[in-house]
Design a protein around this ligand. Structure first.
Ligand code: SF4
Length: 703
C-alpha cells in the first residue's frame, strides 16, 4: 500500500493526513505525525475521510442542457468549454464584462483560486469574482485590516501552550475545530491555572469546559467587549505607555466606552455584571491573554466591529506578537486564507493588495503584463446573487460550492439561479442543491486527487499531493479555469491569452503567485513545492533566503498600517439586524455539528458520522418545549419573515429560554425544506459585506 501526504479538506485547522492507497483507490487515512497542525491526530471527520472517497455520487463527465426545460446530456470537454466560452463571450459583447460573475470556494486550493482571479480580473476585466469565504472570514479580514493594517492573524497554535487567559468568543472549537480544541484542553490540563472564558449564547461543549461562560444575547458582543475595556481602564490595566507608542485612536474609543459600564452591558447582554468584571480582571491580570473567534462574531451585520472591539482588548494591554498573546481568528474553511492571499474576493487583488488602491492595481497589471486591472469594485456574494436575480449579471460560473444551500435567504438565491441566463457549475459531486440549476456541469477533481497548496488558520502553507487519479473525465479546478480562459480568450480576440495562462502544472501557478507576494506582508518568495516538501509546512512570511517561516507577527510593535501604528476603532453598538417581537419571539442561532461539514456532500457519505445527530432538528429550551405543549421529537414548523422549514424539536439545557438552534448542514436535497438558510436574512456588514447568517427571529408551531 502506498502513502501520500495531504491535508484534511474540512476545517481551517488544516490537519496533515497520510492517505493510504493502492494507486487507484483510497484505502485508509491516518494523521500525519510530522504535521505541526495536528501531530498525527484527526477528529471524527478527518479520520473517516476514506469512507467519503467513493465514486457513486461523483460527477464524472461534462453535462450540458440546451434549454432550461431539457435534461442535461453528456458532452465532450471540447464542446463544454466551447459552449461556455460562446455564452460568456456573447454576454460580454452585448452587456459588458460586469454582466458575468464567478463564485468560488474556500475549499479550492490556492492555485485554483489564483487562475480564476486572473481569468476574471486579468482576462475578462471584471472584478465580479467572490467566494463563499465572504460568508466565513471576511469580517475577520476587515477587522484585522482596520486595526493591524493587514489580513494577517498574528498568532500560532503554539500560543495555546503559553496563554494564561484564553477568551473564546463566537466559536465552538470543540465541534468546529476539534484538533485545535484538543490542544487547548491539553494546555488547560498541563496548566490548570490557565483561565478559559467562553462567550456564546449557547452552552456548547466548548462553553461547558470554560472557567467562565458568558451566555450573552445574540448580537451583543460589542457591548461586552466595550464593558471589559471600560473595566480595564477603570481598574488601571491598560498599558498606556505601549498604547501611546504603538497605537492611534485610543482617546476616541476611551470616550466611547465610557457609557459601557458593566451594569449597562449586563442588561443589554443578558449576563451578570460581576461576570463581566471577572472576565475583564482575568484578561487584565494575564501575562499572556489570547482571544480566539470565529463565525459567531464574523456572521453578523456588525461582524467587522465585533472583531475590532475584540482586537482592542489585546491592544489596550499591549500584548500582541509575543508567546501566548494576541487576537487569533479561527478560519472556517480549509483554504479561506489561501484564497485571500491571491485576492480571491471582489475587493482584493493578488498578494494582499486592495482593488481600491491605484498603485496596487498598477502593480498587479505589471505582474500579469496587462494594460490595467479594472477599477470598478466587484460584487460581493450577496450583491452578486442579487445582481443575478435582477438580471444584471447574466452568466454565472460557480466552482466547488453550493450556494443553493449555504447562502442566506434561500428563496432569493433560488430565484436568482432560475433567472440566470447561463449557469456553469464546476463540481466534484453530481447531487448538490446547486447542480439542479446548472446549464453546464463540469467534473472536477477533489481531495486525494489534486495537487496544490492550502494555508491554514495560523498562516501555515502545506503542499497537498494527489494520491490517486480522479474518476472519469475529471480535471483539476485550476486546469478547468485555464482551459476555459484559453477558449474564451480566443473568442475575445486576446492575442496574449496563451502567455497569460501558460501553466503546464500546478506548481507553475504557485510560483507566479509566490512572485506576486514579493515584498508584501505575506512574502513567500522563498517557498516552492520542493522547499515545502523538504522543510514541511511553513508559516508565512517566508521570503527568499529565509530558512523558516514566522510564528508570530508584530513582536516589534510595528504594524502594517501607513503610520506603523495599530488603530483602535470606535465600534457600532447596534444589536442584531432583526429583533424578536410578539409574532417572531424566538432568537434562532445557526452553527455546526461535531461530525458534519457544510452541506454534507462529503461527510454525508460516511454512515458513522450520523451516529452523533442523524437528522435535522431544532433545539429549544425545555421550558419553551413545554410551554408549547410539545414533546421531544415532535415535528414543528419554524417560520421567519423569509421562509419556513419543518423539523423535529428537541429540548436541551444548552439553550436559554427564548432561543433556538438549527445546524447548518441539512438542505433541501436531503430532507425537503429543512435548511436553516430558508430562515436567515441577507443583511450584510457594511465593511466586510458578510451576511448575518447567525441570527434570525422565528416562531414555531406544532404540525
Ligand atoms: Fe479535519 Fe479540522 Fe478535524 Fe483537523 S480538526 S481532522 S482539519 S475537520
Amino acid at each position: 500500500m502506498a502513502e501520500t501526504k495531504a491535508t484534511c479538506p474540512y476545517c481551517g485547522v488544516g490537519c496533515g493526513v497520510i492517505i493510504q492507497h493502492d494507486g487507484a483507490r483510497v484505502i485508509e487515512v491516518r494523521g500525519d505525525p510530522d504535521h505541526p497542525a495536528n501531530f498525527g491526530r484527526l477528529c471524527s471527520k478527518g479520520s473517516t475521510l476514506h469512507f467519503t472517497a467513493r465514486p457513486e455520487t461523483r460527477l464524472i463527465f461534462p453535462e450540458l442542457r440546451q434549454g432550461r426545460a431539457e435534461p442535461r446530456a453528456r458532452v465532450s470537454w471540447e464542446q463544454a468549454l466551447d459552449t461556455a466560452a460562446d455564452r460568456f463571450a456573447s454576454v460580454i459583447a452585448e452587456h459588458g464584462p460586469d454582466a458575468v460573475g464567478f463564485y468560488l470556494s474556500g475549499q479550492l486550493l490556492t492555485e485554483d483560486y489564483y487562475v480564476f482571479n486572473k481569468l476574471a480580473k486579468g482576462l475578462i476585466a471584471t472584478n465580479n469574482v467572490d467566494t463563499n469565504s465572504r460568508l466565513c472570514m471576511s469580517s475577520a479580514v476587515a477587522a484585522y485590516k482596520q486595526t493591524l493594517g493587514a489580513d494577517a492573524p498574528p498568532c500560532a497554535y503554539e500560543d495555546f501552550d503559553h496563554t494564561d487567559c484564553l477568551l473564546i468568543a463566537g466559536a465552538n472549537p470543540a465541534f468546529a475545530h476539534p484538533i485545535a480544541f484538543r490542544r487547548i484542553e491539553a494546555a488547560k490540563a498541563a496548566r490548570p491555572g490557565m483561565k478559559i472564558i467562553v462567550v456564546d449564547p449557547r452552552r456548547t461543549d466548548t462553553a461547558a469546559s470554560a472557567d467562565l461562560h458568558l451566555a450573552i444575547l445574540p448580537g451583543t458582543d460589542i457591548w461586552l467587549f466595550n464593558a471589559m475595556l471600560h473595566v480595564l481602564l477603570w481598574e488601571g490595566y491598560v498599558n498606556m505607555p505601549w498604547v501611546r507608542e504603538h497605537t492611534e485612536g485610543f482617546e476616541a474609543l476611551r470616550e466611547a466606552v465610557r457609557e459601557a459600564t458593566p451594569a449597562t452591558a449586563a442588561q443589554i447582554c443578558g449576563v451578570n455584571e460581576a461576570d463581566i468584571i471577572t472576565a475583564a480582571r482575568w484578561w487584565g491580570e494575564a501575562q499572556a491573554p489570547l482571544s480566539l473567534w470565529c463565525m459567531g462574531l464574523n456572521q453578523s451585520h456588525h461582524g467587522t466591529h465585533n472583531g475590532t472591539a475584540l482586537i482592542a482588548l489585546s491592544l489596550a494591554v499591549g500584548k500582541i506578537g509575543t508567546p501566548g498573546c494576541g487576537p487569533f481568528s479561527l478560519t472556517g474553511q480549509p483554504n479561506a486564507m489561501g484564497g485571500r492571499e491571491v485576492g480571491g474576493l471582489s475587493n482584493l487583488l493578488s498578494g494582499h493588495r486592495d482593488l481600491a488602491n491605484p498603485a496596487h492595481r498598477a502593480e498587479v497589471a505589471a505582474l500579469w503584463g496587462i494594460e490595467s486591472v479594472p477599477e470598478k469594485p466587484g460584487l460581493s456574494a450577496v450583491e452578486l446573487f442579487e445582481a443575478v436575480r435582477e438580471g444584471k449579471v447574466k452568466a454565472l460560473w460557480i466552482a466547488c460550492t453550493n450556494p443553493a444551500h449555504s447562502m442566506p435567504q434561500q428563496a432569493l438565491i433560488r430565484e436568482a439561479l432560475e433567472k440566470c441566463e447561463f449557469v456553469v457549475l464546476q463540481e466534484a459531486y453530481a447531487n448538490t442543491e446547486t447542480a439542479a440549476y446548472a446549464d453546464l456541469l463540469l467534473p472536477a477533481l477533489t481531495w486525494a486527487e489534486k495537487e496544490g497548496t492550502v494555508t491554514n488558520t495560523e498562516r501555515r502553507i502545506t503542499h497537498v499531493n494527489a494520491a490517486i487519479p480522479g474518476p472519469g473525465e475529471t480535471r483539476a479546478d485550476w486546469a478547468i479555469a485555464r482551459d476555459f480562459a484559453l477558449c474564451l480568450g480566443a473568442k475575445l480576440g486576446r492575442k496574449d491569452v496563451h502567455r497569460l495562462f501558460a501553466y503546464p502544472n500546478a506548481e507553475s501557478v504557485f510560483l507566479e503567485h509566490a512572485e506576486s507576494t514579493r515584498d508584501r506582508d505575506l512574502d513567500i518568495t522563498g517557498l516552492s513545492y520542493a522547499v515545502l516538501d523538504e522543510l514541511g509546512p511553513q508559516q508565512w512570511p517566508f521570503p527568499a533566503g529565509a530558512s523558516e517561516g514566522r510564528s508570530r507577527l508584530y513582536a516589534d510593535g510595528k504594524f502594517e498600517t501607513e503610520s506603523g501604528k495599530a488603530k483602535f476603532v470606535v465600534p457600532a453598538t447596534t444589536l442584531t439586524s432583526e429583533a424578536i417581537d410578539a409574532r417572531y419571539p424566538l432568537r434562532l442561532t445557526t452553527g455546526r455539528l461535531r461530525d458534519q461539514w457544510h452541506g454534507m456532500s462529503r461527510t454525508g457519505k460516511a454512515a458513522r458520522l450520523y451516529a452523533h445527530v442523524d437528522e435535522p432538528r431544532i433545539e429549544l429550551n425545555k421550558a419553551d418545549i413545554e410551554r408549547r405543549g410539545l414533546r421531544d421529537g415532535d415535528l414543528v414548523s419554524v417560520k421567519s419573515r423569509r421562509g419556513k422549514v419543518v423539523l423535529r424539536a428537541y429540548a436541551t439545557e444548552e439553550i436559554k429560554p427564548g432561543h433556538a438552534f438549527i445546524a447548518m448542514h441539512w438542505g433541501r436535497n436531503l430532507l425537503s425544506s429543512s435548511g436553516a438558510n430558508e430562515l436567515t436574512l441577507n443583511t450584510v456588514d457594511p465593511f466586510s459585506k458578510q451576511p448575518e447568517l447567525k441570527h434570525a427571529a422565528v416562531q414555531i408551531e406544532k404540525v
